[in-house]
Design a protein around this ligand. Structure first.
Ligand SMILES: Nc1ncnc2c1ncn2[C@@H]1O[C@H](COP(=O)(O)OP(=O)(O)OP(=O)(O)O)[C@@H](O)[C@H]1O
Ligand SMILES: [Mg+2]
Length: 409
């Protein structure tokens, strides 16, 4: 391994599966995936650790192969966080910075961010990220990056992403039990967005929906910034469970039916039987399966739509919706989602990395790839020189209090 390269790791700790992506980053910032793996998760409930040993063992088991493949012993990683306690709050802050000729420096920016956060976010929540949406100098708004500008009063409008502190703590404890330090926690849908969205989509307005086993999270981007994050506490496993109950069959069979089922337009005229089992020895009426799948999918997408509506993004997404996560693998789900969400829907495939990236170009790997890409990007610009921070993009900036937060570990 030449010394010009660094290793980064993305670790997606899901309710159903754990996934890792190990990548190298060249001096010029090129990311090459060198190791990856996935395995069954354990001890997670609706995106949140229900105990520490379950997820720790699952991570440990799964990481072994990824480490051997990448020739690297993972000690730290960017880790996904999920669950309905992950929320975004829009806040504002204002500080006086001195005379009118005062040149805004990164310290001023950190200070106004701190003001926008302190007292606005309940004490039992950890702040995961602060996304500056707009700055104003002496009352003049619409400023995207005030660094180097002159002014006496600096204001900020920001989107603060937070999650309940016990959830964050327990997730960090679970990874550290597996000997992996969580360098940063990122909402799983935000990490997925990093891997599947283009800059143009983020600029024009787009939503990412990450449908996992037990959660369905949504993130909205506009004007290049993350505007909204929300999590619906239901996912693709609910379809399996419903099928098992209604058809009175074992969950394994219900899972097989689900993976064979084609959602599409739910045209019951094509009512053919779905054959499952080793030699197709059991057949189920398509119409019966259809009713169950349709009801649950409709419910999940309606909940997502309610969240988009509450965030005022319903029917305001020129670039439509991108679906990721294992739930996005249900055949023709995008056709059905389009009807319920009344927007164009596409399946998101993770991009932006070389190496063995072909093997992880699947919607369920979007979060792990996105985490590795974020780790690559952020550590690349980690020099403490404040002047250099002028060049870094807003999204790669880690606020001061985040550094404080993670220095505890
Ligand atoms: N081919 C397929 N067709 C339909 N569903 C599928 C397919 N493959 C996987 N799934 C479903 O995807 C779900 C798992 O997705 P994923 O691995 O993204 O979840 P997770 O990240 O562990 O969960 P969460 O994000 O909710 O914590 C399961 O419900 C599984 O049945
Ligand atoms: Mg997930």
């Amino acid at each position: 391994m030449d010394n010009d390269k660094r290793f980064v790791t993305g670790l997606d700790v899901g309710t159903e599966n754990v996934r890792a992506v190990i990548a190298t980053v060249s001096k010029t910032g090129e990311v090459a995936i060198v190791g990856y793996n996935e395995g069954k998760s354990s001890g997670m409930r609706k995106g949140i650790p229900a105990n520490l040993t379950g997820p720790a063992e699952a991570i440990d088991r799964m990481l072994g192969d990824a480490e051997r493949m990448g020739g690297y012993d993972v000690r730290s990683a960017y880790v996904s966080i999920n669950g309905s306690t992950v929320i975004s709050t829009h806040t504002e802050g204002m500080i006086a910075v001195g005379s009118v000729e005062h040149e805004i420096d990164s310290e001023d920016i950190n200070r106004v961010e701190d003001v926008a956060v302190s007292g606005r976010i309940p004490a039992n929540r950890d702040v995961l990220d602060v996304i500056p949406l707009e700055y104003a100098l002496d009352g003049q708004g619409g400023i995207k990056d005030p660094l180097g500008m002159a002014g006496a009063r600096l204001e900020i409008r920001a989107n603060v992403i937070s999650a309940l502190t016990p959830n964050c703590e327990n997730l960090k404890r679970a990874t550290i039990t597996a000997d992996v330090k969580a360098e940063r926690l990122v909402p799983s849908v935000v990490a997925a967005a990093r891997a599947v969205l283009t800059e143009r989509q983020k600029e024009n307005g787009v939503a990412v929906i990450d449908m996992g086993g037990a959660t369905t999270s949504v993130a909205v981007y506009e004007e290049g910034d993350l505007q909204y994050v929300g999590v619906v506490p239901a996912g693709s496993n609910n379809i399996t469970n419903d099928l098992a109950i209604v058809l009175a069959i074992e969950p394994e069979l219900a899972e097989e039916i689900k993976t064979r089922f084609v959602t599409g337009d739910f045209n019951s005229d094509k009512s053919i039987a779905i054959k499952v089992g080793k030699n197709g020895e059991r057949a189920f009426e398509r119409k019966e399966v259809e009713e169950v799948v349709k009801a649950r999918l409709e419910e999940i997408f309606s909940e997502v739509r309610k969240k988009l509506k509450a965030a005022k993004y319903d029917q305001r997404l020129p670039e439509g919706i991108i679906l990721t996560g294992g739930g996005a693998k249900m055949r023709d789900i995008e056709i059905f989602a389009k009807k319920v969400l009344e927007a164009s829907v596409k399946i998101g495939i993770p991009e932006g990395a070389g190496g063995v990236a072909e093997s992880v170009k699947k919607p369920e790997f979007a979060t792990a790839v996105g985490l590795a890409l974020m780790a690559a990007e952020e550590s690349q610009y980690s020099e403490p020189d404040s002047k250099k921070s002028f060049k870094k993009s807003k999204s790669t900036k880690k606020p001061n209090f985040l550094k404080k937060l993670f220095s505890k570990f």
